[in-house]
Design a protein around this ligand. Structure first.
Ligand SMILES: Cc1ncc(COP(=O)(O)O)c(C=O)c1O
Length: 483
C-alpha cells in the first residue's frame, strides 16, 4: 500500500481556507451560515465554505490560488490551459460546444453522447450529424467510434465545425482519439472529447492514454467520477489553438455558477495535489488490486465480466480500447437481469453498484478502493454466478439512425401531444427515447418515427428493457406531431 506524501500541501486551497477560518474574521458577506453552525445540528463543512472574498481569487478570472491549482492540472495532464469546474463535466461540455461552434452551425457527434451534448445542440440550434457505434455482440453495449466513420462523415459534411466523441463511455469503451483527431485536424475541424469517465487515464501504462495526449482540442473530465474528489468537481482542458481560451472562459461564465463553492475548489486542488505527489504508487496499487480481482473471477462463467477475468479486449472487435477501472457485469443470455443482479448485490452482499440496466450492471473502481472492496466484489460475483441459469434467448435489437427532418431545437419549440406508439408512424418525434443498453437514443426530437423504431421499442418493452424519455419512463405513448 502506497504511503502518501503530503509535504506540498501547505498552500493548498484547503489549508489556506482553514487558516483563514481560524483568524476569526467577522464574515459580513455570503454565505448566510457565516461559518457558524450554532443553528444547525449537522457536521457539514461550514467552516471552510467561504465565497470569493479578498485574497481567495475569482473562478471566472483566476489570478491567484485558483490559477495555481489550474497550473497543477496543466502539468499533470499536459494541457495548455485548464479550467476548474464546480458544476460537473456538464457545464464544460455546454460551454465547450458554444466556444467551438456558432449558433446554427453543424456538429458531428456520437449518437451515444451524454445528454449535455444534446442540450448544447438544443440551446444553440445546432445541426447534428450522428456517428452510430457498432454494438458489441456479447453484451449489447456500444463499441468505439472508428476513425473511418469519422473520415466518412467529415467528407459528407465539409461544413461541420466540431466533432464530439465520448471516450471512455460510461461502460469504459475507448475510441482511437489520436486517429480521429488527426482526421479532423486535416480539415481544421475541432475535436471535443467527453472524457467525463476518463480523468484517471494515463497515470500509469496499465490504463489507456489520457485524451489530452491524443491531440484533442478540448477534453472535459469529471474528477468526481473516477478520482478522489467531491461530486461536481471537474476539469476542462484546452490543447492546441482551435479553441480560444477567452471564448471558453466567457461561455463558462454563462453555464457555471457565479458563486463557486470553495469546498469544491478545495477538493479539486487536493485531488490534483494527491496525484502530483503520489500517482505512481497509487496507480501501482490499483493495478495490483484489479489484477487480483481478475484472478479471483477467472472461473465466473455464466455471467460475463467485460475485459476482466477470463475475458479480453480481443473478444470485442468493436472496442478500440477499454478502461480496466470499469467493471461491466453482463447478465445477457441468462435468467438474471442487470437490475436483479444489483438488487442481489445490495440485499445479500451490501455492495451498491454504479448503475443497473436490463442486461448489465456497472461497478466503478478507483484508487480509493481498498483491496477488501475488490475481494468482496469478486466473492459476490463468484457466488452469484453459481446460481445463474445460462442459455436464455437474447433480444434481437439493432441501432438505426431515423431520418431527421428538423433540428432538435426547432422540434422542441413545437407543441407536442402524446400519441399512442402504433399511431405515431410517420410523425415527427418531439421527445427523446433512450434504451439501456445500448445507451443510445432510439429517437431524438426532429426525427421521423418509422416502423423500425416502433419495432425496436416493442422489442425493448417486451424484453423488459427500460426505455426513458425526456419526461421519465416511456412504454405506450410518445410526444409527436404530424409532418
Ligand atoms: C459520458 C458522460 N459525459 C458527461 C457526463 C456529465 O458529467 P457530470 O455529472 O460531471 O456533469 C456524464 C454523467 O454521467 C457522462 O456519463
Amino acid at each position: 500500500m502506497v504511503s502518501i506524501n503530503c509535504t506540498d500541501d501547505n498552500n493548498s486551497i484547503y489549508k489556506l481556507i482553514s487558516r483563514y477560518s481560524a483568524t476569526n474574521t467577522c464574515p459580513m458577506h455570503m454565505p448566510g451560515h457565516k461559518r457558524n453552525n450554532r443553528l444547525l445540528s449537522d457536521d457539514l463543512p461550514y467552516n471552510i465554505d467561504i465565497s470569493e472574498i479578498s485574497g481567495f481569487d475569482d473562478l471566472h478570472d483566476p489570478q491567484g490560488i485558483i490559477k495555481q491549482t489550474s497550473e497543477i492540472a496543466n502539468t499533470l495532464y499536459g494541457s495548455n490551459k485548464t479550467f476548474l469546474l464546480v458544476n460537473g463535466s456538464s457545464c464544460g461540455i455546454l460551454a465547450g460546444i458554444r466556444a467551438a461552434v456558432k449558433r446554427g452551425g453543424k456538429i458531428i457527434m456520437d449518437r451515444n453522447c451524454h445528454r449535455s451534448v444534446y442540450h448544447a445542440a438544443e440551446l444553440n440550434g445546432l445541426q447534428t450529424v450522428y456517428l452510430l457505434p457498432e454494438t458489441d455482440q456479447q453484451t449489447g453495449i456500444s463499441g468505439s467510434i472508428s476513425p473511418l466513420q469519422v473520415e466518412q462523415e467529415l467528407a459528407n459534411n465539409p461544413d461541420a465545425k466540431l466533432i464530439v466523441i465520448t471516450s471512455p463511455t460510461y461502460e469504459g469503451v475507448i475510441s482511437d482519439i489520436s486517429k480521429i483527431t488527426a482526421a479532423a485536424h486535416q480539415r481544421d475541424v475541432t475535436v471535443l472529447i467527453d472524457a467525463a469517465h476518463g480523468a484517471h487515464l494515463g497515470f500509469s501504462d496499465y490504463f489507456p492514454v489520457n485524451a489530452n495526449n491524443s491531440g484533442a482540442d478540448l477534453v472535459v473530465q469529471s474528477l468526481h467520477k473516477t478520482l478522489p474528489a467531491l461530486t461536481q468537481c471537474a476539469l476542462a482542458h484546452i490543447n492546441g489553438s482551435l479553441i480560444d481560451p477567452n471564448k471558453m472562459a466567457k461561455e463558462l461564465a454563462i453555464f457555471e455558477t457565479s458563486s463557486p463553492s470553495y469546498v469544491l475548489l478545495a477538493s479539486i486542488d487536493s485531488c490534483l495535489r494527491l496525484l502530483k505527489n503520489n500517482k505512481d504508487g497509487l496507480f501501482k496499487d490499483i493495478k495490483n488490486n484489479i489484477g487480483c480481482f481478475d484472478n479471483a473471477i477467472k472461473e465466473v462463467e455464466n455471467i460475463h465480466i467485460v475485459c476482466h477475468g477470463s475475458d479480453h479486449l480481443y473478444n470485442h472487435p468493436h472496442f478500440f480500447g477499454y478502461d480496466p477501472g470499469k467493471i461491466v457485469i453482463s447478465t445477457r443470455g441468462t435468467n438474471l437481469t442487470g437490475i436483479k443482479l444489483a438488487q442481489i448485490m445490495r440485499g445479500q452482499y451490501k455492495i451498491e453498484l454504479e448503475m443497473a440496466a436490463a442486461d448489465y450492471a456497472i461497478a466503478i473502481t478507483s484508487i480509493c478502493d481498498s483491496k477488501e472492496n475488490f475481494e468482496r466484489l469478486a466473492d459476490a460475483l463468484n457466488r452469484i454466478d453459481q446460481t445463474v441459469i445460462p442459455k436464455y434467448p437474447i433480444p434481437n435489437y439493432k441501432n438505426t439512425l431515423p431520418r431527421q427532418v428538423m433540428s432538435i431545437s426547432d422540434a422542441l419549440e413545437l407543441n407536442s401531444i402524446a400519441v399512442p406508439l402504433t399511431d405515431a408512424i410517420g410523425m415527427v418525434a418531439l421527445e427523446y427515447v433512450w434504451a439501456y443498453p445500448p445507451g443510445i437514443p432510439l429517437i431524438v426530437p426532429g426525427e421521423i418515427i418509422d416502423e423500425n423504431i416502433i419495432e425496436q421499442i416493442n422489442i425493448f418493452v417486451s424484453t423488459g428493457i427500460m426505455l426513458k424519455s425526456t419526461d421519465g419512463e416511456i412504454s405506450r405513448q410518445i410526444a409527436a406531431i404530424s409532418v
